[in-house]
Design a protein around this ligand. Structure first.
Ligand code: SAM
Length: 270
């Protein structure tokens, strides 16, 4: 898999194994190596250290989650186009989560920041109502052309997707207040707090905002980014803003690069 599936902070703070307690940093207090059966897909048993065993079992679990809902040929082709363009298309498990959320709230109007080559858009469209319209923004016209073709290959008529070329920070303010059911943000991590403000304006009550790359920065790790990177601070900030906002009901999902979702609730979440 080309994507990171779990950051340090997504691990439980501590948990038990057959051989002892594992702290949140992944350190196993029992340092002795022990023999475990080879995890599925590995050819032979060998002696793993306790730490290796924990990591292997966690990796197997995450791999299972990523593969549980399979992509079809259309999605695989869109994801490959995104990978070739090196834009980081969402994983199958993240896509399945988006489709699920869109279907659960009966989404008819969805805004996407970061069209890419269409992977996330196909998943969203598959969860939306049959007359729903995906409004997707990207600065790169050639990616949007590729996405348009991917939607067509997936069987969606052209009028199901409104592709707007431009910078999201200029485009979003032009969209109508409280008119959308779901906003998915998958671009410009350094601007995540501003996208949250825009999403709060665009969403109806009961609408859902979702940020990708939520595990790029956690309380325990800066993920692939350095602590001084503005994107690290912004990802962390949006996590805190969402968790601390009484009008939002948050959910952090350890799929793909991490999805942070929140429902706009009329009352205090409790
Ligand atoms: C991670 S990719 C999106 C991947 C896509 N969601 C998918 O699953 O295939 C990020 C996208 O954001 C676009 N982008 C970068 N800066 C942007 C901006 N200021 N406004 C809108 N889109 C932007 C890039 O061109 C790129 O296609």
């Amino acid at each position: 898999m080309g994507h990171r599936v779990m950051a340090a902070a997504a691990r439980p703070r501590s948990f038990s194994t057959a051989r002892g307690r594992v702290s949140g940093c992944g350190c196993v207090r029992d340092p002795d190596p022990f023999t475990v059966p080879a995890p599925r897909g590995r050819s032979q048993s060998r002696s793993l250290t306790a730490r290796e065993a924990v990591i292997a079992s966690r990796d197997d679990t995450l791999a299972h989650i990523e593969q549980y809902v399979a992509e079809d040929a259309t999605l695989t082709s869109a994801r490959r186009a995104g990978q070739q363009a090196e834009i980081g298309p969402i994983s199958a498990a993240s896509g399945a989560a988006l489709r699920f959320l869109a279907a659960a709230i009966g989404a008819r109007a969805v805004v996407e920041v970061g069209t890419g080559c269409g992977s996330s858009g196909i998943w969203l469209l598959r969860g939306m109502r049959h007359d729903g319209i995906l409004t997707s923004v990207d600065v790169e016209p050639e990616y949007q052309e590729s996405a348009r073709e991917a939607y067509r290959n997936a069987g969606f008529p052209a009028n199901r997707a409104r592709l707007i070329q431009g910078s999201a920070l200029e485009v979003l303010p032009r969209l109508t207040d409280s008119a959308y059911d779901l906003v998915f943000v998958d671009a410009m991590r350094a601007e995540y707090p501003r996208f949250l403000t825009e999403a709060m304006r665009l969403l109806r009550t009961g609408g859902v905002v979702v940020f990708n790359h939520a595990l790029d920065a956690t309380p325990l790790s800066d993920g692939p980014l350095s602590a001084s990177d503005p994107a690290t601070a912004a990802v962390r900030e949006v996590g805190q803003l969402i968790r601390d906002d009484d009008t939002l009901m948050p959910l952090l999902l350890p799929v793909g690069e991490g999805l942070l979702a929140a429902i706009v609730s009329p009352t205090t979440a409790g």
